[in-house]
Every structure is written in structure tokens, then in C-alpha cells.
Design a protein around this ligand. Structure first.
Ligand code: MG
Ligand code: FE
Length: 168
């Protein structure tokens, strides 16, 4: 494969990853009732994730000459995406928060690799876009880790109180 072909395949993977991210984050935000800070931060990141999809698609549009290959790549990626999605499907808030942090770090690693690939193929605009997206992923990962103790403590307080729902 040429550098450009590998690069394009990875950018398409990133687009599918963001689709997966959107659906996982939406499920978690919809489910949460008693963790308003976490819910609000997830909702903010859903908006960012939708913008990321548009930005990633703009890179695909510049490099892709055939539109028919897109569906194939989406299908291939879904096994990887589904494994991650399965982790976040847990309906208990602490597990969901841990999995969310893991997923953000998957995104950070993916964009770090994509930035290097963009530089190899000379896609200055792509490298700029992926750096911008990576900053949002780093911010989300940092927030998730910083607030994980709070979420855990709130869960335990609720769980120990009779008749109080804890898991969402
Ligand atoms: Mg993302
Ligand atoms: Fe993210």
C-alpha cells in the first residue's frame, strides 16, 4: 500500500471511531439521572464529537477518489469499535466512567498516530485538524480521570442509602 492509501484507511477508521463514540456517549448521557456533572460533560463532548466527524470527513473528502470503498472500511472497523462499545455498554455509572476514560485514550493514541501519518504524506491541513481534535480528547480524558473519584464516592453514598438508586 502507498503511504496515501494507508493514511486514508486510518482516517476512515477515525471517522468510524467517532461514530462509535457518539453512540456510546449518547447512550450514557441518556441513561444518567443522578450524576448531573458527568452528564453535562458528556453532552458537551457529544457536540465536540459531532464536529470531529465533520472535520475528519473533510480529510477523507480531500483524499478519497472513490466513494464506494467507504462502507467496506466502516464494516471492517466495526469489530474493533464494537469491542470498545461493549465495554461502555455497562449500565453502572462507575464502569461507564472508567470505560469512557479508556475510550478517550484510544482516541488520543489514534490521533497521535494520524498526526504522524499526515506529516509523512505532507497533509498539513490534516495534521492541524487531528491536533485540534486530539486537544479535545485530552481535555475529556483529563476531566474523566479527575472526576472519577467523585463519581465513585457519589455512587457509594447512594448505593449504601436504602431505597436510593446508584447505578445511573
Ligand atoms: Mg472523538
Ligand atoms: Fe472523545
Amino acid at each position: 500500500m502507498t503511504n496515501e492509501e494507508n493514511y486514508l484507511a486510518w482516517v476512515k477508521d477515525a471517522h468510524a471511531m467517532e461514530k462509535q463514540a457518539e453512540s456510546m456517549l449518547e447512550k450514557m448521557a441518556d441513561r444518567l439521572e443522578h450524576y448531573p456533572d458527568l452528564k453535562a460533560r458528556i453532552q458537551q463532548h457529544i457536540e465536540e464529537t459531532r464536529q470531529q466527524q465533520v472535520m475528519v470527513q473533510s480529510v477523507i473528502d480531500r483524499f478519497d477518489t472513490s466513494s464506494s470503498t467507504f462502507k467496506d472500511t466502516l464494516g471492517k472497523l466495526s469489530a474493533f469499535g464494537q469491542a470498545m462499545g461493549g465495554m461502555m455498554a455497562d449500565d453502572e455509572v462507575v464502569k461507564g466512567a472508567i470505560s469512557g476514560y479508556v475510550f478517550e485514550n484510544l482516541e488520543i493514541a489514534s490521533y497521535t498516530s494520524l498526526i504522524a501519518a499526515a506529516e509523512v504524506v505532507g497533509d498539513v491541513e490534516g495534521a492541524r485538524i487531528f491536533s485540534q481534535i486530539r486537544e479535545q480528547e485530552v481535555a475529556m480524558a483529563d476531566w474523566s480521570l479527575k472526576h472519577l473519584p467523585d463519581v465513585t464516592e457519589q455512587f457509594l453514598v447512594r448505593s449504601a442509602a436504602p431505597g436510593v438508586e446508584a447505578k445511573k
